[in-house]
Design a protein around this ligand. Structure first.
Ligand SMILES: [Ca+2]
Ligand SMILES: [Ca+2]
Ligand SMILES: [Ca+2]
Ligand SMILES: [Ca+2]
Length: 202
């Protein structure tokens, strides 16, 4: 039996990508396999100005077809990018798992931290001890989920402040649970927490 291929991305020890014209990191996977990313102590700042009609992100992973996207970020910075800070997309069959601890996302133009799950599969997002501050033209965080599947978002000990949009924008056509504990959520431009009808907020 053939095993589905796996792309394993590992960046650490003061790695990263700074001051690039395009994305800091862009990884597009389109086959049957999964993407597993483990990134720590790295910075993806000030990227993306090259094409004014298509500005780009600090850290951008797209997974498509069968397979999962599983991304862990520890002590990562994605700030001052000309589009979004962190942008994780899973499509087709498979689930999205995103965990960020000590993430610092400041002064990006678009969403600071965004995840998207499409097609069959669940979505689980965990954000701990992080700073999501000062987007200039979009939400602090945005989490998207498409049926079928369920979604769990848990945000703990995180500052979400002064973003030019919503603090937490959940766009889901399925049920889900948002858990918020010990966060500071202040001075965002639009109503600060936005969840779909029927969601459970703890
Ligand atoms: Ca795939
Ligand atoms: Ca997939
Ligand atoms: Ca999926
Ligand atoms: Ca789904």
């Amino acid at each position: 039996m053939l095993r589905a291929p796996l792309i394993f991305l590992r960046i650490g020890w003061a790695g990263g990508a700074l001051f690039n014209g395009g994305d800091g990191i862009e990884l597009d996977e389109t086959g049957d396999g999964s993407v597993k990313a483990n990134v720590q102590d790295s910075s993806f700042d000030q990227n993306g100005p090259q094409d004014p009609a298509d500005l780009e992100d600090g850290f951008d992973i797209d997974e498509a077809g069968d397979g999962d996207l599983d991304c862990t970020l520890k002590n990562v910075s994605a700030s001052g990018n000309f589009d979004g800070g962190i942008d994780l997309d899973e499509a087709g069959d498979g689930k999205l798992i995103a965990k960020a601890v000590g993430l610092s996302v400041t002064g990006n133009e678009a969403d600071g931290f965004k995840t998207t799950e499409e097609g069959a599969g669940d979505s689980k997002v965990t954000l701990v001890g992080s700073r999501i501050v000062g987007t200039t033209d979009n939400d602090g965080t945005e989490f998207e989920q498409e049926a079928p599947g369920t979604m769990t978002v848990k945000i703990t000990k995180t500052l979400i402040a002064s973003n030019d949009g919503q603090a937490v924008n959940i766009d889901s056509d399925t049920t889900g649970t948002l858990t918020l504990k010990k966060n500071t959520i202040v001075d965002n431009e639009e109503p600060q927490i936005d969840t779909p009808a029927g969601w459970v907020i703890k």
